[in-house]
Design a protein around this ligand. Structure first.
Ligand SMILES: CC(C)(COP(=O)(O)OP(=O)(O)OC[C@H]1O[C@@H](n2cnc3c(N)ncnc32)[C@H](O)[C@@H]1OP(=O)(O)O)[C@@H](O)C(=O)NCCC(=O)NCCS
Length: 198
């Protein structure tokens, strides 16, 4: 359940958010070792910008950025909660909701899960909450997500969330020694109530 408080015209969501077997909560300083352990794995890094070979200062900067992204109350803000296992309190993944702008009410969603916790519907449960915050609390009109077209688990998750495939952008990034495409999925607020996730 999301608790919230009013900021301007919107009610900003407040972490933590308790869901079934997981908690969405701010990253804490003592999560750093688990964060680094996740970031040293090859599998989740395969189709994303970070790499298991990132130097310590890059990892530390990524962690600090997440530690600060605990509140989404204005355009430009990013909410980047940790996904924690409720039983242990340990982090098992991460989420991102970016409030891009107010005029067009656009947002972006992202997610990553430790391989040991994939294939259980955890990412879906967590991502639905990000969409709910974006549409129901922030009043966004469109939320999109992008992935490498080879990233079948990510594309599959976005399809299961009811997001439509909109486009493939060709060779938009040069990552890990190659040009990569980006497949764009999106959901409109008008589509959200009839989404299969609700
Ligand atoms: C993308 C990613 C988050 C998807 O995670 P996921 O665990 O596959 O996603 P879901 O939470 O939707 O789980 C779906 C799977 O759980 C299974 N499942 C089991 N119980 C379930 C339940 N109660 N509800 C829903 N699905 C359930 C589904 O059948 C499905 O399995 P399948 O893929 O074998 O068909 C994950 O692959 C990941 O972290 N990848 C690395 C990082 C990354 O690439 N991030 C995206 C960058 S664009």
């Amino acid at each position: 359940m999301v608790s919230r408080h009013t900021i301007g015209q919107v009610a900003a969501p407040v972490l933590p958010i308790e869901l079934d077997a997981i908690t969405l909560r701010p990253f804490q300083s003592d999560d750093y070792d688990d964060f680094c352990a996740y970031r040293s794995l090859a599998e989740p890094a395969r189709y994303v910008r970070w790499s298991p070979d990132d130097p310590a200062k890059v990892r530390r900067a990524a962690f600090t950025k997440r530690r600060r992204a605990t509140r989404i109350a204005a355009p430009g803000d990013i909410l980047a909660p940790a996904i924690a296992d409720r039983a242990t309190g340990r982090i098992v993944g991460e989420l991102m909701l970016r409030w891009i702008d107010n005029e067009h009410r656009q947002g972006e969603v992202g997610f990553g899960l430790h391989p040991d916790f994939q294939g259980r519907g955890i990412a879906r449960t967590a991502a639905v909450e990000m969409l709910r915050i974006g549409f129901d609390i922030l009043g966004l009109h469109r939320i999109y997500g992008g992935c490498d077209p080879r990233n079948a688990p990510s594309a599959g998750l976005m399809r299961r969330l009811g997001m439509r495939e909109e486009a493939t952008l060709h060779e938009v990034e040069y990552l890990k020694g190659e040009w990569v495409d980006e497949q764009i999925f999106a959901l409109l607020s008008t589509e959200w109530p009839s989404s299969p996730t609700r």
